[in-house]
Design a protein around this ligand. Structure first.
Ligand code: GTP
Ligand code: MG
Length: 222
């Protein structure tokens, strides 16, 4: 299916906050009640329409466990958007946000749009972080903010779409120069090289051999 832009997203945050469930709800419209610990990274994709323009979201769901932190850091490159997730029922996941932001600031494009998500808002009876605290943290750090629930799907669609709308706005304001072929964050759908095996945009998947017909590292054939 053709599209005007491809945006790469990364989902980050502590283990167990619901990153994989948010992605699954967005791509498959279903909820996974059991914690299926992510090992390394997982991948999802979906088309959205913003201002009448078809946009493909390529989403990298990272592992929150500390032992995977260095792997996660290598996925910031080329990301136009990030969903930074905490769990409103576990205060420590909110306390760790500053350290996730520090990683993002160090390893991502400075123009990356970051959406802060207070997940599991269906569990408000077990709430440990108020909505106002989430809003305040977002305001202080220049992030967009929403509370959401991967279980009920509340605000899941909105989180991805509002992030894409913000990225599109930055393109229109000239923050991202999409005519510059070194701009790996956003690649327009004209003549972009594609991996023959996994359909990843090679510019975005950090393939060692750019060019039509190459096979990317993500497929395991470097
Ligand atoms: N009630 C409720 N439970 C949720 C929600 N989102 C996720 N969970 C549960 O929280 C647990 C962890 O969810 P995951 O999506 O696997 O967490 P993760 O952030 O991907 O964790 P790692 O892969 O280890 O980094 C699972 O048991 C989910 O069912 C939510 O919105 N509400
Ligand atoms: Mg996961």
């Amino acid at each position: 299916m053709s599209y005007d832009y491809l945006f790469k997203y990364i989902i980050i945050g502590d283990t167990g906050v619901g990153k994989s469930c948010i992605l699954l709800q967005f791509t498959d419209k279903r909820f996974q009640p059991v914690h299926d610990l992510t090992i390394g990274v997982e991948f999802g994709a979906r088309m959205v329409t913003i201002d009448g323009r078809p946009i493909k979201l390529q989403i990298w769901d990272t592992a929150g466990q500390e032992s995977f932190r260095s792997i996660t850091r290598s996925y910031y490159r080329g990301a136009a958007g990030a969903l930074l997730v905490y769990d409103i029922t576990r205060r420590e996941t909110f306390n760790h946000l500053a350290s996730w932001l520090e990683d993002a600031r160090q390893h991502a494009n400075p123009n990356m749009t970051i959406m802060l998500i207070g997940n599991k808002c269906d569990l408000s009876h077990r709430r440990a972080v108020s909505k106002e605290e989430g809003e305040q943290f977002a305001k202080e750090n220049g992030l967009i903010f929403m509370e959401a629930s991967a279980r009920t799907a509340q605000n899941v669609e909105e989180a991805f779409i509002n992030t894409a709308a913000k990225i599109l706005q930055k393109i229109q304001e000239g923050v991202f120069d999409v005519s510059n072929e070194n701009c790996a964050a956003i690649q327009q759908n004209w003549g972009a090289p594609w991996c023959l095996l996994c359909d990843f945009n090679i510019v975005l998947c950090a393939c060692s051999r750019k060019g039509m017909g190459a096979i990317c590292l993500s497929s395991g054939f470097s």
